[in-house]
Design a protein around this ligand. Structure first.
Ligand SMILES: CN1CCC(Oc2ccc(-c3[nH]nc4cccc(OCC5CCCCC5)c34)cc2)CC1
Length: 279
């Protein structure tokens, strides 16, 4: 078996969990047969800005460990000029795969996972980080609770189409907030400005919508351009089929408000009646 050495500790590679263009995630075992995830990034092709973005993500991930259990654990890391190794907590399943396999979600699971996701995103927001590309693949199930695995800071290195990154939903528009599409403030070529925390609320709302109705709000629109138009078109009503959990229905309708100023805030979501009592 192949091994990886990080800060002098040897790990046996069990399998590859996922991969991007120059990043790979492995499931590994240490000498005590403890399971970990190792994220490997090849920096040989990376430009200075990309290297900087990875170092920035690691610093934040390292710091935010202290603030919430809903942030994936980072145990150690090794950065050289040619590669990065990150030794992390290993989950059982990413939320995207879990949602795809389990179309129906129990009200209890949904509420518990929603609470976890809100706590994770509230934590990064309170430290000035806006993810701006939240989707189910950014969350992983670890022993029954949901944890955030990245902050959207490191450049998602363009995956080669052959990679199994399809699991990681790179480039999906289904969770994109209207203001990001209409964002006229960013010059062409500049990365879209992460305008405000309300964008992450919209994306979280799309994830909860999927956990409620088994599909994302605009999933039926397969043409990507038509989908973008529908997301920003206030005359295109988002359907909210009636459900018994009226508090959940209210959360969904409050998150999926196209005007970010009128959209509910993360703080209000944490205080919402939907989370105050178990179903
Ligand atoms: C399709 N198949 C995949 C393996 C397995 O799911 C996962 C197991 C562990 C994990 C993970 N844990 N800690 C992790 C720390 C960092 C990154 C991680 O994933 C990255 C990327 C992997 C591909 C899916 C999107 C997330 C991490 C994540 C998915 C079963 C389903």
């Amino acid at each position: 078996n192949e091994t990886i050495t990080i800060k002098g500790k040897q790990f046996i590679i069990l399998k590859m969990i996922g991969r991007g263009g120059s990043s790979k995630v492995y499931q590994v075992l240490d000498h005590k047969n403890q399971l970990f995830a190792v994220k490997y990034v090849n920096l040989e092709e990376a430009d200075a800005q990309t290297v900087e973005s990875y170092k920035n993500e690691i610093q934040h991930l390292n710091h935010l460990q202290l603030y919430s259990d809903q942030i994936i654990k980072l145990y150690d890391y090794e950065i050289t000029n040619s590669y990065i190794y990150m030794l992390m907590e290993c989950g059982n399943l990413d939320l995207n795969t879990w949602l795809r396999n389990r179309k129906t979600v129990t009200p209890l699971d949904r509420k518990f996972y929603w609470r976890n996701m809100l706590e994770a995103v509230h934590t990064i927001h309170s430290h000035g980080i806006i993810h701006s590309d939240l989707k189910p693949a950014n969350f992983v199930l670890v022993n029954g609770s949901v944890k955030l695995i990245d902050f959207g800071i490191a450049n998602t290195i363009q995956p080669d189409v052959t990679s199994i990154m399809k699991d990681s939903q790179v480039g999906t528009l289904s969770y994109m907030p209207p203001e990001a599409i209409k964002d006229t403030s960013s010059q062409p070529g500049q990365s879209r400005s992460k305008i405000c925390t309300k964008g992450d609320v919209w994306s979280l709302g799309c994830i909860l919508y999927c956990m409620t109705y088994g599909k994302t709000p605009f999933q039926s629109i397969t043409n990507q351009i038509a989908k973008l138009h529908a997301i920003i078109d206030t005359s295109h009503p988002i359907e909210f089929p009636d459900i018994s959990e009226k508090d959940l229905l209210d959360v969904l309708k409050s998150c999926l408000v196209r005007n970010p100023r009128e959209r509910i805030s993360l703080k209000e979501l944490l205080d919402h009646p939907y989370l105050q009592h178990s179903p």
